[in-house]
Every structure is written in C-alpha cells, then in structure tokens.
Ligand binder design. Structure first.
Ligand SMILES: C[S@@+](CC[C@H](N)C(=O)[O-])C[C@H]1O[C@@H](n2cnc3c(N)ncnc32)[C@H](O)[C@@H]1O
Length: 291
C-alpha cells in the first residue's frame, strides 16, 4: 500500500540530495549492516508487532526486517516520492509486500500522515535521519508520540560525523572532498564534521525519556573489501559528476571549480584501487522505552 500526502515538504536539510548515487548507497544497507542492535528487542516482542521506519529511504532496511519478521507489519515513511517508489518495488521483489506499507510523509507531518495509527506502534525507528533534521529533539518527541505509550520502543542510529571518520590513505583530493562536504553542511571547516551521533543520548533525554529508559551504544561501518569500496566510490563519483543534482549545485555554490571536483573524482578512483585503502564510519545508537 502506498499513499501520498499533500502536506508541505520538509525543510531542505537533506544535504546528500535525491539522486541515483545516494539511492545506490542506501540500497547497500540492510539489517546486518545497520541495525543488529535492534534484533534482541524485536525477537522479544510478540511476532505480530508493528514497526514504523521513519525516513525509510529506498526501503532496503525495511524490506530486510520484513523478510526476517514475516508476522510483523512494517510501515515506511519518507518525504521523497523517488524513495517511496523504490521501496514499494523492492518490497515486491523481496516478496514482502503483504507485511509492508510505504507512505509519503515527513516527521513534521507524521501525526497527520499516520492518522489513527498514531500512538500505536510497538517500535518507531529511524536510521541516519535525525542528522538531516534541524529540530532533532522535536523529531524524537514526535517519534515518542507515534509509539505506544505503554512500553513502545523508539530506536535511532546516527553517524558521529557527517563527512566520514577515517579515510586511509587521506589523499589530498579526499581531504578536499571532506572540506567541501563540511562547507556544504555549513560547518566551514576541514576534517571530520561532528554529526548528531555524539549528542544522540542527550537528544533522547531532551525528548523526554529518563536515563534509565534509554540504552545507548555504538557500532561502525568499515569498507575495506573491493565491492564495498566500489559502492562507496561509485556513489561519490556520481555525486561529484551529476550536474543536475542538488549536491552538485550546492558544491558549485561554495565557489569550488569544476577542475577541483574532477580532482576529487580522480582521488576517489585512486583510493578505490589501492590495496591498503579503507574507511570507517562510527554511529551512535539509542533504544528508548516509553512508559
Ligand atoms: C541518509 S537517508 C537514510 C535512509 C534510510 N533510513 C537508510 O538508512 O537507508 C535520510 C532519509 O531521511 C529522509 N528525510 C529527510 N528529511 C526528513 C524529514 N523531515 N522527515 C522524515 N524523513 C526525512 C530522506 O528522504 C532520506 O530518505
């Protein structure tokens, strides 16, 4: 089931933009790479639990969860119609259409979008979404309200930096990409730019849970094998060369020259080809219990 909300689009804080490069990168995500921290909680619930995946993107995590928990129902919400269409198609491809629903909508309009499902979810989850939302505390309060008041869970996993923690070797073109990404995000500095991850526990406390209602932890992505590095570099090159993308337009808006963007492309390709290259991204995780 897919429905389309007529509510206004969210504020433009999704710096990655909506394009094939980001789509391909998110499609690489699944339960194993993104939310093993959730599995013990989901396994402890009655099998017919309900799960809301806020900012579900192209639905690769949602569909994987739906195939692992066939008696549960998964609702994905995302403001991008492109992602909703991909998520619906992926669910059909994976044979999980019957226990998934995808709805166009944003956290700012979640209550209206969910209608009578508001306040009923056993689990409300988001993965790498709060980093793109200016009002993270308000967003978590909204997630809290969407979950059951009596024991509903709210889970979030957010990167600790928004332009990568470790890239080795840090070739000059990659350092330039990191600086440019920092400028696009608005931090105006080189090196890793702090994301929401370090503050995730603080944000959860700000949203109203007591400390004893929250479990906090962390996990990482490491791209060291050729297919992982290929996926990452194809995504980077796609963003750096797609002149129509939001990201490219924002990059050019910082004053960076086309030749400099091409140097970054060459640096990523060289990095991919080196046997010793790898990268690491650390993410913070919280699971908060209502009631
Ligand atoms: C980095 S992607 C993560 C997608 C997916 N959760 C994953 O990990 O594969 C961020 C997602 O947040 C969505 N998003 C951006 N602003 C949002 C908002 N205000 N409310 C809900 N989702 C939003 C984007 O459309 C995008 O799909």
């Amino acid at each position: 089931m897919t429905s389309t909300s007529t509510l206004p689009p969210p504020k433009d804080t999704f710096t990655t933009g909506y394009n094939k490069a980001s789509l391909d990168r998110y499609a690489f995500r699944n339960v194993q790479t993104c939310c093993t921290y959730l599995l013990p909680y989901l396994s402890a619930l009655p099998p017919n639990f309900t799960f809301l995946d806020l900012g579900c993107g192209p639905g690769s995590i949602t569909a994987d969860l739906a195939s692992r928990f066939p008696d549960a129902h998964f609702t994905g919400v995302d403001p991008a119609q492109l992602f909703i269409d991909k998520a619906v198609a992926l669910a059909a491809e994976r044979g999980v259409s019957s226990n998934t629903s995808f709805i166009k909508g944003a956290v700012e309009s979640l209550k209206e979008v969910l209608g009578d499902k508001w306040g009923t979810f056993d689990v409300v989850h988001c993965h790498q979404v709060l980093n793109h939302i200016k009002e993270a505390v308000a967003a978590m309060q909204t997630m809290k309200g969407a979950a059951r008041a009596d024991g509903g869970l709210v889970a979030a996993r957010e990167a600790t930096t928004t332009n990568g923690d470790v890239f080795y070797p840090l070739l000059p073109g990659i350092a330039a990409w990191q600086k440019l990404t920092g400028e696009i995000i608005g931090a105006q500095k080189s090196g890793p730019v702090s994301g929401l991850g370090p503050r995730l526990l603080e944000v959860a406390l700000g949203a109203g849970w007591r400390r004893e209602q929250i479990k906090a932890g962390a996990s990482s992505w490491c791209y060291s094998e050729p297919p992982e590095k290929k996926m990452w570099v194809e995504s980077m090159v796609g963003m750096l060369q797609n002149k129509e993308s939001d990201w490219y337009k924002k990059a050019v808006g910082t004053g960076v020259k086309e030749e400099e963007l091409e140097e970054m492309v060459e640096a990523w390709k060289e990095w991919e080809g080196r046997d010793e290259s790898w990268c690491v991204f650390v993410s913070a995780e919280v699971v908060c219990r209502n009631g």
